[in-house]
Write a protein that binds this ligand. Structure first.
Ligand SMILES: [Zn+2]
Length: 329
């Protein structure tokens, strides 16, 4: 744990983020009228849900009809230097334009209907301009996120600027926007209040340092009769999670959570001890997909699984493998 934490926080996290200069479904309604939470009623009809982990905070979720992406970032660049001696790709720094691996994205993401963006850092937003333009997907994010996407020429009709609190109904998909907090990086010294708005002049391609946080969000996505609560950071506002009771929680479990009070318990308790928990944002995102994440699995995931078992014995924690779809029947 210590070694991994040092690797991520010193080399990637602090360097990337802490430098200030760098810086559901219709059937749920039926369920509510029956007076029971969605997950608790076995008679509730829902489609099989397929969840695929892209690494970092990135996911693809589909009920076989609608495809929803969350913070998709297949490019996984060696920011600030390679994380493994066998990774021979060129290294990138904060003043470099954020590179986009379009060939890889084309292989992995042929289509998308919605893209949910949890904050503006490049490991969340860097690939979204290309994916949004290519797929025509509707993108939901903060005004900062929307301004960045506009700078890349994503048409305004695709963009929905939100601040948290909204609950939007689309065809076969609805999403509640949940106000959030960014990970407490740099030993809790990280704070970035910068925002972009309609007066901000941005010219694409942006430098990595121009992908500012712009405020952090979670989303309660309702898809195929189930609700999925997303996390893009190792932090959350407890009162905003209370009462949401998602069927599936994408739980942020990277190392910085260790600096927060009683994180695992507060998270699982405030979300109502979800039936399915999928750990997110735990991998070393500076490594390409072909490299093993076993180190992080052993040092971060296994301890979380053990802790979660004690706190929420009825939750099933599934360890995701990059790009391998998890089918929830
Ligand atoms: Zn971030």
């Amino acid at each position: 744990m210590i070694r991994i934490h040092r690797l991520l926080s010193a080399a990637a996290l602090a360097a990337v983020f802490a430098n200030a200069a760098l810086a559901e479904a219709q059937s749920d309604d039926d369920q509510l009228s029956l007076g029971g939470p969605p997950a608790s009623n076995p008679s509730k009809a829902h489609a099989p849900l397929e969840m695929t982990y892209f690494g970092a905070a990135g996911w693809r979720m589909t009920d076989g009809d609608t495809v929803v992406l969350v913070d998709p970032w297949p490019s996984r660049i060696p920011y600030g230097g390679a994380a493994h001696p066998d990774d021979k790709r060129p290294s990138y720094g904060r003043t470099d334009p954020a590179p986009v691996d379009t060939d890889l994205i084309d292989q992995l993401i042929p289509e998308a209907d919605f893209i949910l963006v949890q904050h503006g850092h490049f490991d969340h937003l860097g690939d979204v301009p290309y994916i949004a333009k290519k797929t025509g997907a509707k993108v939901i994010g903060t005004e900062t996120v929307v301004m960045i996407l506009r700078a890349y020429g994503v048409p305004g009709e695709q963009l929905y600027a939100v601040q948290g609190g909204e609950d939007y109904q689309f065809d076969n998909f609805s999403v509640r926007v949940v106000p959030g907090l960014h990970s407490a990086l740099d030993q809790k010294h990280y704070h970035d209040s910068r925002r972009y708005d309609q007066d901000t002049v941005l010219e694409a391609p942006l430098r990595i340092e121009q992908f500012i946080e712009g405020g952090a969000l979670s989303f309660l996505a309702r898809l195929g009769g189930r609700s999925i609560l997303t996390m893009g950071s190792m932090n959350f506002i407890e009162r905003e999670f209370e009462g949401l009771e998602p069927d599936i929680l994408l739980a942020g479990i990277n190392g910085s959570r260790m600096g927060l009070y009683d994180y695992d318990r507060r998270l699982l308790q405030s979300t109502g001890y979800p039936a399915i928990v999928l750990p997110t944002h735990w991998d070393n995102f500076r490594l390409p997909y072909s490299f093993s994440q076993q180190d992080n699995v052993e040092k971060k995931l296994i301890p979380f699984v053990e802790t979660a078992k004690k706190i929420s014995p009825n939750s099933k924690v599934i360890i995701p493998v990059h790009l391998e779809p998890i089918t929830l029947p």
